[in-house]
Design a protein around this ligand. Structure first.
Ligand code: HSE
Length: 431
């Protein structure tokens, strides 16, 4: 049995988890797969911190070239994150004839076209199971388990940090600020959680899922992305009264010949499975033509969960290498029924809308008049109890309305003297 050698760049949380699994489960993996996988070299620019595995000094280096240039290393595992130098390391490794495993969603979402082309030109593969949903085997499921399917839609809760914050607000009636502070103190959020909270991390992951489901690697610039930082506790509670939970949802769905792609806070009916996904959990709900509607659910972050996905890629690649197989990175087949990406103005959905308005006769009529002018039909309306003197929340649910019409209506209403805060509008999805 040929030994397959791994070089790992990025000996942080996930990296040390990978080394730990490959070491602790060496004989288990050998029995299950018949493979001998050996970590040959580990690189990190800072080797001073304490890890939960210790390695011989000889296996450690601060110089990535010792891995990239080593002809005895078959697979590069890149776990440093960020665009640079991760991109250069991967390209160099491919040039040197190595296959690559990475968890780097930001890099693949932004530079994937070039990286996948480089890999395919050289008959090499880039595997990336850990880049979406940590240990949830969503990439393999889409690529292999559902290989005969065409997809209609993807709805994903793809960011554990945001989901934790929204769940805390809903469950414990706490503010966004307090929930985020708790996420940080419990180790569920990075010190700088901005990419998580502003929706960009979810968008990166969604782009990779779209690539697998619809065969197109679209640009982040073409995706409507809105984060959760403006979600107030009041809105979480009013949404609950109406029978909804608010989730940061990543959505891609076919609408005729268009593909609609967006990431934003969304009201989901409590009856929908996704509404009960709480804490740091992720879930991906895909609708396919043969297998029907499927939900994959599990922790979206965590050392061993992400490392489990990295090890699964390593095993897959090792099996390919042993068998002398080359599986072109993903056998991506573009869905030709999709002609264009839908423009945001043309999105249509029901909305939860909240105005903070002066409490006097005629106010509701004035608001309703503008909504009618822009063809927005109201499904329900309620005026909540008085808060500050004479200013009250008016909460509405609209029927399906075009985004452009809704924006125009809200801009008009926001200019009235009777409106005391920017109106809030949150899209509703029945999924
Ligand atoms: N920071 C991500 C999250 C996990 O909060 O879900 C890594 O993708």
């Amino acid at each position: 049995m040929k030994k397959i050698n791994i070089g790992l760049i990025g000996f942080g949380n996930v990296g040390s988890g990978v080394v730990k699994i490959l070491r602790d489960k060496k004989s288990f993996l050998a029995k299950r797969t018949g493979l001998q996988i050996q970590v040959k070299k580990v690189c990190d620019k800072d080797l001073s911190g304490k890890r939960n595995v210790s390695l011989n000094k000889g296996m450690l280096t601060k110089n990535a070239r010792e891995i990239i240039d080593d002809p005895g290393i078959d697979i590069l595992v890149e776990l440093i994150g960020g665009l640079h130098p991760a991109k250069e390391f991967i390209i160099e490794a491919l040039k040197k004839g190595k296959n690559v495993v990475t968890a780097n969603k930001a890099l693949l979402a932004q530079e994937g076209k070039e990286l996948f082309a480089q890999a395919s030109d050289r008959g090499k593969s880039i595997y990336f199971e850990a880049s979406v949903g940590a240990g949830i085997p969503i990439i393999k499921t889409l690529r292999e388990g559902l290989v005969a399917n065409r997809f209609n839609s993807i709805y994903g809760i793809l960011n554990g940090t945001s989901n934790f914050v929204l769940s805390q607000m809903s469950k414990y009636n706490c503010t966004f600020k307090k929930a985020l502070a708790e996420a940080k103190s419990s180790g569920f959020a990075e010190k700088d959680a901005s990419l998580d909270i502003n929706g960009i991390d979810s968008a990166h992951k969604l782009l990779l899922l779209i690539y697998l489901c619809f065969g197109k690697l679209i640009s982040l610039d073409d995706v409507y992305v809105e984060g959760i930082s403006r979600i107030s506790l009041a809105d979480v509670n009013y949404a609950k009264e109406l029978g909804f939970e608010i989730k940061l949802l990543a959505i891609a769905k076919k609408e005729g010949q268009d593909l609609e792609v967006r990431v934003h806070p969304t009201l989901i009916p409590k009856s929908h499975l996704l509404s009960s996904v709480g804490g740091i959990f992720n879930a991906i709900y895909v609708s396919s033509d043969l297998a029907g509607d499927l939900l994959l659910y599990g922790p979206g972050a965590g050392q061993l969960s992400a490392a489990s996905a990295v090890v699964s890629d390593i095993v897959d690649l090792t099996q390919d290498l042993q068998a002398g197989l080359f599986r072109p990175t993903l056998n991506i087949i573009p869905d030709k029924s999709i002609k264009r990406l839908r423009k945001m103005d043309d999105f249509s959905s029901r909305h939860y809308i909240r105005f903070m308005a002066v409490d006097k006769p005629g106010v509701l009529a004035k608001i309703a008049g503008v909504l009618a002018k822009f063809k927005i039909s109201i499904a329900s309306v309620s005026q909540k109890q008085r808060h500050k003197a004479h200013v009250v929340p008016i909460v509405m649910v609209s029927h399906e309305a075009r985004e452009k019409d809704l924006r125009s209506a809200l801009d008009t209403i926001a200019r009235f003297d009777i409106i005391k805060e920017d109106p809030v509008a949150i899209r509703i999805e029945e999924a």
